[in-house]
Design a protein around this ligand. Structure first.
Ligand code: SAH
Length: 203
């Protein structure tokens, strides 16, 4: 069994987007932040032996972390073929079999899962680009860990409520956005990001 520190180290070694695409808001989750949220999910019983979906998986840090912590199966859903290529390369040395890579739009994903992890586009390039992610997550999952810009808190809570979900926990971070795009002038920018643990209400 991994320790939290070992998890963070393993995740920090994963390859990230080679040529990040601005339109798709391809920012990888920082490995320290990913391991914090994943570890808390582990402690809450949301990972071991569970079916998990990583929506907008990108290079796979969230789903790979779930696999390393004992998920029964992980679905990686990602529409960009370049990201999928890096995701495959990240998965290969782990020699695991209990995952499925689905190259498709997130809204097409159908399989029911216990837990969803997602760090969707924050909608800075396309307004509410995170909406189809939220809708899919609530359709397929029972517990949803979802990252959003803290500034959009009201929107996230409203859409969660509309979909029968309760905000069970929030984690706030200052997200390091490494300089990956020309429009980011400062070497290291930070934005306030909240990860929500959302739980479907039993009706
Ligand atoms: N989950 C990864 C990547 C986050 S960036 C991580 O935490 O590091 C958001 C990802 O969502 C990008 O890889 C982008 O290509 C993907 N994406 C954006 N819109 C999508 C959509 N409609 N369907 C599927 N994937 C999408």
């Amino acid at each position: 069994m991994l320790t939290k520190k070992q998890l963070a180290i393993q995740l920090s070694k994963l390859a990230v987007f080679e040529k990040p695409k601005l339109k798709l808001e391809q920012y990888p989750t920082d490995s320290e932040i990913a391991s914090m949220v994943l570890w808390d999910a582990l402690m809450k019983g949301d990972i071991v032996g569970k079916k998990v979906a990583d929506l907008g998986a990108g290079t796979g840090i969230l789903g790979i972390g779930a696999l390393l912590l004992g998920a029964a199966h992980v679905y990686f859903v990602e529409k960009d073929s370049d990201a999928v290529a890096t995701l495959r390369a990240n998965l290969l040395p782990l020699r695991l079999q209990n995952y499925t890579i689905l190259q498709m739009d997130v809204s097409e994903f159908q399989d029911p899962v216990a837990t969803v992890f997602q760090n969707p586009p924050f909608g800075t390039k396309q307004a509410h680009a995170d909406k189809p992610f939220m809708e899919t997550a609530f359709r397929v999952g029972t517990v949803v860990y979802s990252f959003h810009k803290t500034a959009t808190d009201a929107f996230v809570r409203a859409i969660a409520g509309d979909n029968g979900c309760t905000v069970a926990e929030i984690y706030t971070f200052s997200f390091p956005l490494r300089q990956t795009y020309p429009h980011q002038r400062k070497r290291m920018e930070h934005i306030e990001v909240t990860c929500y643990r959302l739980v479907k209400r039993v009706s």
